[in-house]
Design a protein around this ligand. Sequence first.
Ligand SMILES: Cc1cc2nc3c(=O)[nH]c(=O)nc-3n(C[C@H](O)[C@H](O)[C@H](O)COP(=O)(O)OP(=O)(O)OC[C@H]3O[C@@H](n4cnc5c(N)ncnc54)[C@H](O)[C@@H]3O)c2cc1C
Length: 382
Amino acid sequence: MDFELDEDYRILQQAVREFAEKEIMPYGQEYDEKKEYPLDIFRKAAKLGYVGASVPEEYGGAGMGCLAEAIISEELTRADSSIGSAIDLAVLGVPMILRFGTEEQKERYVPPVVKGERPSAIAITEPDCGTDVAAMRTRAVRDGGWWVINGSKTFITNGSVAGHTIVVAKTAETDPPHRGISAFIVETSSEGYEARRIEKMGLNCHDTAELTLKNVRVPAENLLGKENRGFYQLMEFFNESRVKIAALHLGMAVGAYERALEYAKQRKAFGKPLIEHQAIQFKLADMWKDIEAARLLVYRAAWMIDKEKPSPPLSSAAKLFASEAAVRITYEALQIFGGYGYSKEYDIERYYRDARVGTIYEGTSEAQRIVIARSLMGKVRK
Ligand SMILES: Cc1cc2nc3c(=O)[nH]c(=O)nc-3n(C[C@H](O)[C@H](O)[C@H](O)COP(=O)(O)OP(=O)(O)OC[C@H]3O[C@@H](n4cnc5c(N)ncnc54)[C@H](O)[C@@H]3O)c2cc1C
């Protein structure tokens, strides 16, 4: 057993750090205020191979695996919680295509994302159901060589900037209902696909959208994998996507911790730097401890995927722990900054707002605990 990163990973980490400090860090507040998707920065990152590093080389990626992608995610959000995560989530729908798509689908839809042309999206959540995926109401009905999709989706990351969206819809009435769900690649230029941006507490530069799908006609060849297997595909997809979200939130925690540590060394109270006060030392010690633990979980869950032994409870544990740690750490970091933490003068208030969603999207903390508990009960593989 070796806890050191191999040299290739260390070189990658250093290179992404330099890129992120130069091209992302200075623009965090600007993009937060203008609430604009950072397309230009996404393109720069893609050019350097930092978008979709785990995508195989034949589809334009770096073929470096999930651990490499986690290292990149951490560095991007360490530099800025909003821009970093927006760029990193540009490949959101891609693992579904790589895992279940035909050769033609992979060749057509993956390279444009990795090259930085347009991000991808995946639409599962609906206005009336999120955690309870199988309760979805969006329907896809076969019509000759086409599928016709009707319904609405909400909170869809990249919903209006994406070139394609993986839309998950009901294709059969079954009991239990999760056996009648399928996934489709929908081009966002399709007639009847409408996206409306949603205002949020944080992640302001993300494009989070509500979708209306009105008689959207999708060619039959855009069905992703087998008909009625969509729910099971999603469960496999989450193993990977949850590690990505965990790594993003680990990076947010690191970014907030480093800024708080620096501030605590400089700011004085009662004649000595804040860091000389034990109450502040304890906060920083807890932050450091949580970051170390989160990183171990993230790296191990990513490593398991690279070894083709994905572990649902481990991916869920990484996501659960890293996102909850990021919420705690950004909260305490803001506390260390005192009144300045609450002002727009420093990045911390943004990190605090941006980190909060980590316990909600890609499955809430409660949903992650359900996955872990089901595996303890022998209902999900370990
Ligand atoms: C910024 C942002 C980006 C997002 N991006 C995407 C995206 O790209 N694609 C997409 O499809 N979705 C996306 N989502 C949606 C997100 O995945 C859902 O919000 C999330 O899965 C929770 O669903 P919900 O909001 O419907 O909450 P609900 O499912 O209604 O849950 C409400 C509360 O009840 C709890 N709860 C529900 N069921 C149980 C249970 N069985 N036991 C215990 N507690 C339970 C939940 O944990 C939660 O606390 C995004 C959300 C946000 C905020």
